[in-house]
Design a binder for this molecule. Structure first.
Ligand SMILES: *[C@@H]1O[C@H](CO)[C@@H](O)[C@H](O)[C@H]1NC(C)=O
Ligand SMILES: *[C@@H]1O[C@H](CO)[C@@H](O)[C@H](O)[C@H]1NC(C)=O
Ligand SMILES: *[C@@H]1O[C@H](CO)[C@@H](O)[C@H](O)[C@H]1NC(C)=O
Ligand SMILES: *[C@@H]1O[C@H](CO)[C@@H](O)[C@H](O)[C@H]1NC(C)=O
Ligand SMILES: *[C@@H]1O[C@H](CO)[C@@H](O)[C@H](O)[C@H]1NC(C)=O
Ligand SMILES: *[C@@H]1O[C@H](CO)[C@@H](O)[C@H](O)[C@H]1NC(C)=O
Ligand SMILES: *[C@@H]1O[C@H](CO)[C@@H](O)[C@H](O)[C@H]1NC(C)=O
Ligand SMILES: *[C@@H]1O[C@H](CO)[C@@H](O)[C@H](O)[C@H]1NC(C)=O
Ligand SMILES: *[C@@H]1O[C@H](CO)[C@@H](O)[C@H](O)[C@H]1NC(C)=O
Ligand SMILES: *[C@@H]1O[C@H](CO)[C@@H](O)[C@H](O)[C@H]1NC(C)=O
Ligand SMILES: *[C@@H]1O[C@H](CO)[C@@H](O)[C@H](O)[C@H]1NC(C)=O
Ligand SMILES: *[C@@H]1O[C@H](CO)[C@@H](O)[C@H](O)[C@H]1NC(C)=O
Length: 517
């Protein structure tokens, strides 16, 4: 089955290969970044005697594509549960309370060796998330702040510090379903007062223990790290209340999830493999960033992923979620979000990789990672040229296309065909209903003689959780611990040459393609 759709990239943009007015400003380095759950960081990074090399290999793969290894934000809900215990011999002592969450510990002590995890990945920059949840609530919380600043700043010296964060999703402190840490009367001015008090205490500790880390170049925060734009605290109001009166906020960080893991009606096709759903989800962030544009501070997603509550099995860990991640990240890049930190934690369904073997999850590279790789391949070396991303509007909500311009010239086009092809139900493995995989055809009007290299993000279907490849590369743990290995059962090295001024491209359902000009 072939469905034919033509879109005239060049014709609609006038001059040959130049960016449309809608293209983003040049994308900053490390656009493809991660957020790692505070309590899972030792699992992801390891420690001095046992560094997690698998994670480092996966980060290096991305670094080779974009020119910079992903920035790592260490934070999340558990950052606001962590208390410091100087006598703890392990990095972390986390206790689960299944009534609060089955996915992460909610009673947490960290010891001095927690901070070793900051030294296992070379050439990587981090944000460390300090606890505001308990700091405004009990004296051990305040003591933790004073005690951990010296440990964190020493661990993040030598150029490892990107910036600090103080509090995760404080807009949910009074309503959190994992247990409120503020009274129902919690409001913006109280938050701002506590944030200023705590960040001033952090600076005073830095002055004392890491005096080279208080200059404008080295000292700053991502904030306010709200879960959304319309919860109990509103981002704009916190600004109006003077959140940035010390002029130390370097990034406006917002969090986003497309939907919830157990939200009724959530499906792969309807919720994730649906461009309209992504556009709709991110529209509140675009609105907020427009309101805050007067600050001149770049706006990022400091924590995001497919479905909150750590993802849904067979959705968030499927190849369909990788295609969603590609569309989501490129959409964010095209609308001016300056960086996206994909969130993950040990045993999380939406994780890009599982860093260690646990009783719940096998170690391994998961489908979403392949989506991250494709984003990196589309952006290319952000350190070598000005890379601008434009969305190319298509008719169906089950497809999306983007153009990447390098130094004002068309360099790559991505086409994401998100029509679900459920391999288990419809694939050749199905005894009941095997269907030949449908495809979509796209035509591009290009100068005669143009030749492009074709690279595909591929798996057997949207429901696949293994056998994923990018341009024939596998990054799976079991092959070479995350280093790229070329597989020989996938077609690679395709080239297309324009005929009659047209390039015709076939994209199978539930796959994505990047054309390299
Ligand atoms: C701190 O760690 C020590 C050594 O493991 C332990 O004996 C003590 O109970 C811990 N304190 C708390 C409050 O967990
Ligand atoms: C370092 O990690 C290894 C492996 O997880 C662990 O056995 C060891 O206790 C850790 N060391 C410290 C100081 O936490
Ligand atoms: C770990 O934390 C739990 C819960 O607070 C506590 O009962 C236990 O003693 C702690 N273990 C250590 C080694 O500190
Ligand atoms: C402190 O946190 C507890 C939950 O741990 C909550 O019940 C209480 O309301 C909080 N107190 C204040 C003053 O925010
Ligand atoms: C900052 O917060 C701490 C802990 O709640 C408190 O002890 C201290 O008095 C506060 N300082 C100011 C200036 O409010
Ligand atoms: C540091 O940054 C602040 C706010 O942007 C500015 O007012 C101040 O002059 C800067 N200080 C130096 C030494 O550059
Ligand atoms: C795709 O998402 C939009 C916006 O959320 C929604 O209105 C539409 O129904 C979704 N499509 C399908 C097939 O579920
Ligand atoms: C856009 O943001 C402003 C400022 O926070 C808010 O007042 C407004 O309701 C938002 N509009 C939409 C459509 O979300
Ligand atoms: C796939 O199989 C399902 C269930 O048998 C069927 O409803 C659907 O139409 C099939 N899809 C295609 C593309 O044939
Ligand atoms: C594939 O189809 C089966 C049977 O309808 C369904 O249980 C499963 O959730 C589908 N998988 C995906 C990822 O849509
Ligand atoms: C290629 O082989 C790998 C195993 O080596 C398998 O997982 C994958 O599904 C295969 N890909 C295709 C397209 O057959
Ligand atoms: C490409 O597609 C266009 C539009 O569908 C068609 O007219 C043209 O013949 C095709 N060219 C080639 C070389 O297949």
């Amino acid at each position: 089955m072939r469905r034919i759709r033509t879109f005239l990239v060049f014709a609609s943009f006038g001059q040959f290969g130049t960016p449309p007015a809608s293209a983003s400003a040049p994308t900053p380095e490390a656009f493809v970044s991660y957020s790692i759950e505070f309590s899972s960081f030792p699992d992801f990074a390891g420690n001095n005697s046992s560094p997690n090399k698998f994670s480092n290999n996966l980060l290096s793969n991305l670094g080779k594509l974009t020119g910079t290894k992903p920035h790592i934000r260490v934070g999340g809900n558990t950052q606001d549960y962590a208390l410091y215990n100087a006598s703890l011999e392990t990095a972390i002592n986390g206790t689960y309370n299944l009534k609060r969450s089955a996915d992460y510990p909610t009673t947490i002590f960290i010891g001095p060796s927690y901070f070793e995890s900051y030294s296992t990945w070379p050439d990587t920059k981090f944000t460390h998330g300090f606890n505001l949840g308990l700091e405004g609530n009990n004296s051990a919380g305040w003591e933790t702040l004073l005690d951990t600043v010296p440990l964190a700043c020493k661990a993040l010296s030598n150029g490892r510090l990107l910036m600090w964060e103080y509090g995760n999703e404080p807009d949910l402190y009074s309503t959190s379903s994992q247990g409120p840490v503020r009274l129902p009367s919690w409001h913006e001015s109280e938050y701002v007062a506590q944030w200023l008090n705590g960040t001033r205490a952090i600076k005073a500790q830095l002055q004392k223990y890491c005096p080279d880390m208080v200059s404008n170049d080295t000292y700053g925060y991502m904030a306010p790290s709200f879960a959304g734009t319309n919860n109990h605290l509103k981002p704009l109001l916190t600004w109006q209340e003077g959140l940035d009166q010390d002029r130390n906020i370097k990034l406006i960080s917002s969090h986003n999830y497309i939907g919830g893991a157990t939200q009724p009606g959530v499906t792969l096709q309807g919720t994730l493999m649906n461009h309209t759903s992504t556009v709709h989800s991110i529209s509140s962030q675009i609105n907020e960033s427009n309101y805050l544009a007067y600050t001149g501070i770049p706006f990022i997603l400091g924590e995001t992923n497919s479905l909150y509550n750590e993802g849904a099995p067979s959705l968030s860990n499927s190849f369909g979620a990788a295609l969603w991640g590609l569309d989501f990240n490129l959409w964010c890049a095209s609308v001016g979000i300056r960086r996206v930190h994909m969130h993950q934690g040990t045993d999380y369904r939406y994780a890009s990789w599982q860093p260690i073997l646990t009783s719940k999850t096998t170690i391994g590279t998961k489908p979403p990672y392949y989506g991250n790789i494709a984003v990196a391949a589309m952006l290319g070396k952000l350190t070598a040229g000005a890379v601008r991303i434009a969305n190319l509007p298509l008719e169906s909500e089950f497809e999306a296309a983007y153009a990447a311009y390098v130094d004002e010239k068309l360099a790559r086009i991505a086409v994401i065909n998100m029509r679900a092809y459920n391999y288990t139900v419809n694939g050749t493995s199905s005894v009941l209903n095997p269907v030949k995989r449908p495809s979509q055809e796209y035509s591009f009007e290009v100068p005669e003689g143009s030749e492009v290299e074709v690279k595909r993000l591929y798996a057997n279907g949207s429901d696949a959780i293994s056998g994923i490849t990018w341009d024939g590369w596998s990054y799976n743990w079991e092959l070479d611990h995350g280093k790229p290995i070329k597989l020989h059962n996938v077609t690679v090295g395709e080239c297309l040459r324009a005929q009659g001024g047209m390039l015709n491209l076939t994209v199978e359902d539930s796959t994505a393609v990047i054309l390299n000009f």
